[in-house]
Design a protein around this ligand. Structure first.
Ligand SMILES: [Zn+2]
Ligand SMILES: [Zn+2]
Length: 217
């Protein structure tokens, strides 16, 4: 399992990065990204600290632990600049908290994330056809999520991604150890989103490719 969207104590997750990494390995993971909620107030605090521990955790626990950030409820006009700032601070993966239907995320967030060429637009809710077309053009991955609530629009995201050739990745958005899933569960969630087996394999390969790009730049 490769999971590129999880939370630690640096935002509202339950575990410090070390326990998250160890539990991910124990759950059979090959790679996990720690992507805590960030905005202009805290990314300079969070990212260097997470980045500082990821390499030793990767070596000790035998999986790729990737330092990232999830820009969350950031004003859309600031997403481009904060994406650059996050990368400079050491975020190897920039995720944006997309327009899920279960939270009042500011409209325009999906479009701003795609324009900023972030790595993953998480739980993009009822993303529009034009936004999915642009995500495909810019290589921004759209997320199929295991997270309750956010997952309500997985089918919509999967269908439009198929239509416009956008890249999909499947993540848990785990906040506690019980949210980590097996590859078997990931396959079930993908099927539930309407993806064929072959499309699910392509989706898993997209995550693998992202990890390779990060680990061997
Ligand atoms: Zn989110
Ligand atoms: Zn999240």
């Amino acid at each position: 399992m490769i999971d590129l969207h999880t939370h630690s104590l640096f935002s509202d997750g339950e575990l410090i990065p070390s326990e998250l990494a160890r539990r991910a390995r124990h759950a059979g993971y090959r790679a996990v990204a720690v992507t805590d909620h960030g905005d202009a107030s805290n990314i300079d605090f969070i990212i260097p600290r997470i980045a500082g521990v990821c390499q030793s955790l990767s070596m000790a626990y035998g999986l790729d632990v990737i330092p990232g950030i999830e820009l969350t409820h950031v004003p859309p006009a600031d997403i481009h600049e904060l994406t650059g700032a996050a990368r400079k601070l050491g975020a190897k993966l920039v995720v944006v908290h997309g327009e899920t239907i279960v939270e009042p995320v500011e409209p325009g967030t999906n479009a701003a994330a795609i324009a900023a060429r972030v790595d993953i637009l998480a739980h993009p809710g009822l993303i529009t056809e034009e936004e999915v077309r642009l995500a495909a053009e810019r290589g921004v991955c759209l997320e199929i999520t295991a997270r309750r609530g956010h997952s309500l629009t997985n089918g919509h995201v999967a269908a439009l991604a198929r239509q416009y050739g956008a890249l999909l990745v499947l993540n848990t958005d785990a906040h506690s150890p019980g949210n980590l899933i097996s590859l078997e569960m990931a396959r079930k969630i993908a099927r539930g989103a309407g993806l064929a087996e072959s499309e699910t394999e392509v989706m898993f390969r997209n995550s693998e490719r992202l990890v390779r790009k990060i680990v061997n730049p």
